[in-house]
Design a protein around this ligand. Structure first.
Ligand code: NAD
Length: 324
């Protein structure tokens, strides 16, 4: 299956490298507005180049869009109208209205669209595939060093969007209310944000994201009646802690009033996969077998909708620097 890659900056190069390891795909070529970069990447990975987007579309059955978020909608619109299957990096589009338009277009042209919510393929999450996840409360921290890339959007669309997607994946309920605070530190968009999201089923999520942190962290803690589950997306591992009535080997005692219970701590290790390679393998499979994609456009749109609610709540708070 011939795939063209649009945008070969930081992540586009990684797409080239990972897709090259999937024998079912053949890279038709790469395109980027930066012609010097195209030459360098072509030489590094020995892949063909295109000097126009039209030429890439002409030679590709599938395209991967790895350009800045604000450009996703225009490029995806063109690709879908030409009947191409499209992989779009996260966030799928800058606005949820654009995502809804793409959804209608993909339906009309009967093409597959998958969104690059790559954390769905993180071994920390894959490790929990056989567990019942029903969080009542979620505490999430995603902290990163500053990087000028992706400052075309706020930290909500840049980083928190990963956790918004996973949160919506885990909580089968509608968002009831959103409270959020954010601060612009370096860029002209919020670089730090904290959001508290309440769902109609009573679940609550407290999400924090920062792109100006010294020590990176990507942790998610899920509290549910029968378990406490800790995911570490950086370390790619998870841990499940349960309280049980029965003593088992290595269980820790928990005494309260006249009760004695036992705490069990289980490390759960997922398959050692390259998440980007895995997401493209699933995309290939969905196209080949005409099955639903693993991360559909509708999920990408839902994540952007919640991101917009968070950004609106941040804006409604006014200028926090002046408040302080
Ligand atoms: P980047 O700035 O390193 O690269 C973007 C490239 O796109 C540049 O080389 C630029 O010249 C090119 N470009 C810009 N406009 C273009 C256009 N109209 N046509 C063709 N090429 C164009 O950015 P990046 O970090 O690689 O991010 C790209 C996208 O990937 C963003 O949407 C970002 O949110 C997403 N991303 C996702 C993850 C993830 O974890 N899934 C991680 C990083 C970035």
């Amino acid at each position: 299956m011939k795939i063209g890659i649009i945008g070969v900056g930081h992540l586009g190069k990684i797409h080239v490298k990972c897709i090259q390891q999937i024998p079912e795909f053949e890279i038709s070529g790469i395109f980027d507005l930066d012609a010097t970069l195209v030459g360098q990447v072509s030489q590094q990975f020995d892949v063909p180049t295109f000097s126009t987007l039209d030429a890439l579309f002409d030679q590709s059955e599938v395209v991967s869009i790895v350009t800045p978020t604000v450009t996703h909608f225009d490029i995806a619109t063109q690709a879908i109208q030409l009947g191409k299957h499209v992989f779009i990096e996260k966030p799928v589009t800058h606005t949820s209205t654009q995502a809804a338009q793409l959804l209608a277009l993909a339906e009309k042209y009967q093409v597959k669209v998958q969104v690059g919510h790559v954390e769905r393929f993180n071994p920390a999450l894959l490790a929990l595939e056989n567990e019942v996840i029903k969080p009542a409360f979620m505490e999430v921290h995603r902290l990163a060093n500053f990087n000028p890339r992706s400052t075309d959007v706020s930290v909500v669309q840049d980083l928190m969007i990963h956790d918004i997607d996973i949160m919506l994946h885990f909580v089968p309920s509608k968002v009831k209310s959103v409270h959020a605070n954010g601060v612009k530190i370096i860029s002209d968009q919020p670089d730090i944000c904290n959001a508290r999201i309440t769902f109609e089923n009573g679940a609550v999520a407290n999400l924090t994201a920062s792109r100006i942190s010294i020590n990176p962290m990507r942790k998610m803690r899920l509290f549910q009646p029968n378990a406490y589950i800790a995911l570490d997306f950086l370390e790619k591992k998870s841990q499940i802690i349960r309280i049980s009535e029965e003593e088992t080997t290595q269980a820790l005692p928990l005494e309260f009033k006249d009760q004695k219970k036992w705490i069990t701590i289980k490390d759960v290790i997922g398959p050692e996969v390259n998440a980007i390679k895995r997401e493209f393998e699933t995309f290939y499979h969905a196209i080949k077998m005409d099955e639903p994609v693993s991360v559909p456009l509708s999920d990408g749109m839902s994540a952007v909708q919640v991101a917009e609610q968070i950004e609106a709540a941040v804006q409604a708070q006014g200028d926090i620097k002046q408040m302080i």
